[in-house]
Design a protein around this ligand. Structure first.
Ligand SMILES: Cc1ncc(COP(=O)(O)O)c(C=O)c1O
Length: 459
């Protein structure tokens, strides 16, 4: 059924079909959504229910169109309904949707990823959460150790042991970050401030022989975009190696989005280190549920059925998802990344100009074409003197952003046909299908939206 015809025209007291659908959804689904950020809780108002999407455009059930700067939180690198991806998916669907036995496309997708990244062996799964959860189990099984180190503000999916908040001191174990996670699940997790080498050195000094792995986003995008300081990932890899722990680089968000090689940046290649394990998702699924974890052959050999560490999945390597992922990766040429950079540059510059003209304090940070806007006064940031080019260097800095000002800005953009992420702590994503008309729509919307942010701001 066409979703636009499924919504009631307008229920009494509700002006739009999105409002009517949200009310229906809330009656049967917690918060009316299937992933929390979609509910608009951080910005207020009613989420737009989308009926269709093409290229850079979303169309909601009320017939409004928006330039999409969410891109499904990363996967839609080529834009929506790319004709060649659609053809590959249709062809796969017509051959059956799931067999539970191996297929050639699974091999081809894994070969494509192995060819582009430092991983030697790869296992396909269905979500980024599964990928990081499995990587951690494997790291523990391989090393025979239990402790995991992560950074505050880095998100690796809703894995119990990683939904952890820092304990009372740097070297104290963490506490559950949400009800429902038992203390025992986070009792072996250490949470450190990002970009803080001294903190890393201190916990490895204290617990080095108990640490199975350190997991980090290769370049964090889940507290807004907070790039690693130069050499930070190399330092982490070296520290892990020195203590016999594994370095797990989570590229679920950055993988194949910020570079064709799948990896963030080139410091690994240049400095001669590689992660022991990597996780991927989002782009490699081409808009379908596909993700992966992989790395050193000797570590991956510990995985069942080759080794003793158990991991499995009914829909792992699903033929439709692998067809979409393979088509997407094969279409992701250097030209695609050049266009992403061009689009991101134009929007970033437009946003900076609009905020400056409206007198809104702001910091804009990027990793490749991923970027985010922190509505904060740069001088309030503890480390602004240390790193003037990326002054937001950790979660504490990111938390100074003015959420009320962002909410006003978000809605002013939405009213002008631009759908930003509905939270101040998210990256903005563009696609190679963002053409000049889409970019101009964003640029035209920014000045008035920046004025709205100025009126609402408390910073
Ligand atoms: C860096 C990172 N790792 C893991 C995940 C979890 O992926 P998924 O939502 O597919 O479970 C995400 C999701 O946003 C992510 O950004």
């Amino acid at each position: 059924m066409d979703p636009s015809t499924a919504a009631p025209a307008a229920a009494p007291g509700l002006a739009t079909r999105s409002e009517a659908l949200f009310e229906r959804a809330r009656a049967v689904t917690p918060g009316g959504v299937n992933s929390p950020v979609r509910a608009f809780n951080a910005v207020g108002g009613t989420p737009r229910f989308i009926a269709s999407a093409e290229g850079p455009w979303l169309t909601d059930v009320d017939g409004n169109t928006y330039v999409d700067l969410i891109c499904s939180w990363g996967p839609m690198l080529l834009g929506h309904a790319h004709p060649e991806v659609v053809t590959a998916v249709n062809a796969a669907v017509s051959r059956g949707t799931s067999y539970g036995t191996p297929t050639e496309n699974e091999v081809a997708l894994v070969e494509e990823i192995v060819a582009r990244t430092p991983v030697e062996r790869l296992r396909l799964v269905s979500s980024g959460t599964e990928a990081t959860m499995s990587a951690i189990r494997l790291a523990r099984g391989f090393t025979g150790r239990d402790v995991v180190v992560k950074f505050a503000g880095c998100y690796h999916g809703h894995v119990d042991s990683l939904l952890a908040a820092a304990g009372s001191g740097l070297t104290t174990f963490s506490i559950p970050g949400t009800p429902g996670v038992p203390e025992s699940s986070t009792a072996l997790t250490l949470v450190l401030p990002y970009n803080d080498r001294a903190a890393v050195t201190e916990v490895f000094r204290e617990y080095g022989d108990r640490i199975a792995c350190l997991v980090t986003e290769a370049a964090p995008g889940n507290m807004g975009v907070v790039p690693p300081e130069p050499g930070f990932n190399a330092f982490l890899a070296e520290t892990c190696r020195a203590h016999g722990a594994l370095f797990v680089s989570d590229e679920v968000m950055t993988g194949f989005r910020v570079s064709r090689s799948g990896q963030w940046g080139t410091d690994g290649a240049v400095e001669g280190w590689v992660p022991d394990l990597m996780t991927f998702g989002k782009v490699m699924g081409g808009g379908f549920p596909a993700a992966a974890f992989g790395g050193r052959a000797d570590v991956m050999a510990c995985l069942a059925p080759e080794g003793p560490v158990y991991q499995a999945g009914t829909l792992s390597g699903n033929p439709v998802a692998t067809a979409a992922g393979l088509a997407t990766l094969r279409l992701a040429t250097d030209d695609v990344y050049a266009r992403l950079d061009e689009v991101a540059d134009a929007i970033r510059q437009g946003a900076a100009d609009a905020f400056t003209a409206a007198g809104v304090p702001h910091v804009i940070q990027s990793t490749g074409s991923m970027f985010s806007v922190f509505l904060t006064e740069p001088s309030r940031l503890a480390s602004s003197h240390l790193s003037p080019s990326a002054p937001v260097r950790d979660f504490a800095d990111a938390s100074t952003t003015d959420a009320a000002a962002y909410g006003a800005f978000f809605h002013a953009m939405l009213d002008r046909g631009v759908h930003l992420p509905p939270s101040a702590y998210e990256a903005w994503f563009v696609s190679a299908a963002h053409d000049d008309r889409a970019v101009q729509t964003v640029l035209d919307a920014l000045p008035k939206a920046a004025t709205a942010a100025a009126a609402a701001g408390v910073n």
